[in-house]
Write a protein that binds this ligand. Structure first.
Ligand code: CS2
Length: 494
């Protein structure tokens, strides 16, 4: 078995770095180095290196698990991106990742690395939970035990805001510029959110530091898009059979990739505009369109398809009723959007459906259903609220919301039990178990303020539509419920 590494790189029969890796400087630290970063932002930094600008090597950090480090270290950070469209597969070795650290094993070393004068950018994919912000108010969760520990002592940070503030403090003390913090999480206003977390923590620690970050720091908004299903052991074996080398760090993805970034940087950045990144002053319309169309549909397909027993997204959307439901959901969500110049929603929708139908991705419905409580607000509830405010119906969106509610019981329609992988799982379980009958379960789940904004939870038409959808899901199952149009909203919309 030949393992991918610097020593074997020149023999691998696929596209590989053409730049001198030994001359690459680490200009980016990435927090949360999962498959998504490796298939998305790291590919762009790799393109920057390929263009001859060697300032943009990446030091990855895992926040807790050593898994990625253990896979990539023996490979000198090298890994393959396997791009699968419906029929073809291309493989490219990415050389941008120069090393991986595990935050919990050496928090002070990670802070030191982030304070390097060569580092100009810190990118993040730490999921909704990683920011430690209250989902309702957006305020830093100061009572969270790890946040409290960071507020008391930042020598060995435990949280993402803690690492950012500790490293910025060191840079401030050393007379360096702040790095630009680029959140690449799929959440609305990601830049503003990470900025709020950092500034609140900094203010509690040192007012001067807070003022310096507020004045000199930069936290651009971004929209990121690429479907990156979790890699399986079978994917790694198949790649080895095909190309003759073993790569424990490979990622698989689709041809489509998009990164929209607010052009707001505190220091140097790669020539992103030459690397396929869309630089803009207004990311929000892109972000809303992506969250409400792509991700809204994804979460709906995940829960309904998963309940109906479909393991993969492409299988679920191959069912005509589910595909038709997705189209109706898009009809509803589309009216809530203001598409940015350059986004043709009709083309976007048909491209999206083709992406979902890609059978080569093997994207698991359960992977997408994970952390649903954190995803629902921006993916489905925002569209519901906007439509109800206009007196418009929400029957397709309501079915998606009800699908999430049914998911909380942890059993498919065929009676197969599964684990609800969600930070609020214990709470939703208690609510479901403590309620008697469908309507009571819906009412109970609607009390979750972290998920449902109070105004929406009290909205009679919203409750009626979600309850109706929930009951139908129980009575006739996801596919038959998707095949029905749903109930229309009363004309006055309340
Ligand atoms: C998915 C996303 O797992 C999920 O929640 O909806 O990861 C989705 O694949 C990406 O946002 C696509 O850009």
């Amino acid at each position: 078995m030949t393992r991918l590494s610097n020593a074997t790189l020149s023999h691998v029969p696929v596209m590989r770095p053409t730049y001198d890796r030994a001359a690459v400087k680490i200009g980016v630290v990435h927090l949360g180095i999962g498959a998504f970063h490796r298939a998305h932002q790291a590919v762009v930094f790799d393109a920057a290196l390929t263009s001859g600008d060697l300032r943009w090597g990446v030091l990855g950090a895992s926040l807790r698990s050593p898994g990625v480090r253990d896979r990539l270290e023996p490979q000198d950070g090298l890994y393959s991106v396997v791009v699968r469209d419906t029929v073809d597969e291309t493989v490219r070795v990415i050389g941008a990742v120069m090393g991986v650290m595990v935050a919990t094993e050496g928090p002070a070393a990670l802070v030191e690395a982030m304070a390097s004068p060569d580092v100009h950018i810190v990118t993040l994919t730490v999921t909704e939970k990683g920011y430690r912000l209250d989902p309702v108010t957006g305020a830093l969760l100061e009572a969270d035990p790890e946040v409290a520990e960071d507020l008391a002592d930042l020598v060995k940070p435990r949280t993402v805001p803690g690492f950012l503030v500790a490293a910025l403090r060191l840079r401030h003390q050393r007379g360096l510029k702040p790095f630009t913090v680029v959140s690449c999480d799929n959440i609305p206003h990601n830049g503003l959110r990470v900025r709020a977390a950092v500034l609140t923590m900094a203010a509690r620690i040192d007012a001067g530091l807070h003022d310096w970050i507020a004045a000199e720091g930069a936290f651009p908004q971004t929209m990121v898009d690429r479907i990156v299903p979790a890699t399986t052991a079978a994917d790694i074996d198949a790649l080895e059979t095909r190309v003759g080398y073993r790569d424990e760090g490979m990622v698989k993805t689709e041809p489509f990739t998009q990164w929209v970034v607010e052009d707001l940087f505190a220091g140097p950045r790669p020539a992103f505009e030459d690397l396929g990144v869309r630089m803009t002053a207004a990311v929000e319309p892109w972000e809303e369109a992506k969250l409400r169309l792509l991700n809204g549909a994804h979460s709906t397909i995940a829960c309904l398809g998963g309940l109906a027993g479909h393991r993969f997204v492409h299988q679920a959307v191959a069912v005509p009723a589910i595909r038709a439901l997705v189209e109706r959901l898009w009809d509803e969500a589309e009216t809530t959007l203001t598409p940015p110049p350059g986004l043709d929603i009709t083309c976007y929708r048909s491209e999206l459906m083709a992406r979902f139908l890609n059978p080569a991705l093997q994207h698991r419905t359960r992977q997408i259903a994970m952390d649903g409580s954190q995803k629902l607000p921006q993916r489905l509830l925002a569209s519901c609220a906007a439509r109800l405010a206009q007196g418009q119906g929400i029957s397709a969106l309501a079915l998606g919301v009800a699908g999430w509610m049914r998911w909380q019981s942890g059993v498919t329609e065929a009676g197969e039990a599964f684990i609800v992988d969600d930070p609020l799982a214990a709470q939703t379980r208690r609510l479901v178990d403590g309620a008697d009958g469908d309507a009571a379960i819906v009412e109970a789940l609607l009390t979750l303020e972290a998920v449902f904004p109070t105004v929406l939870a009290r909205h009679a038409a919203f409750r009626a539509a979600v309850t109706d959808a929930y009951v139908r899901l129980g009575q006739i199952g996801a596919v038959a419920a998707a095949a029905q149009g749903g109930t229309a909203l009363p004309e006055d919309g309340t």
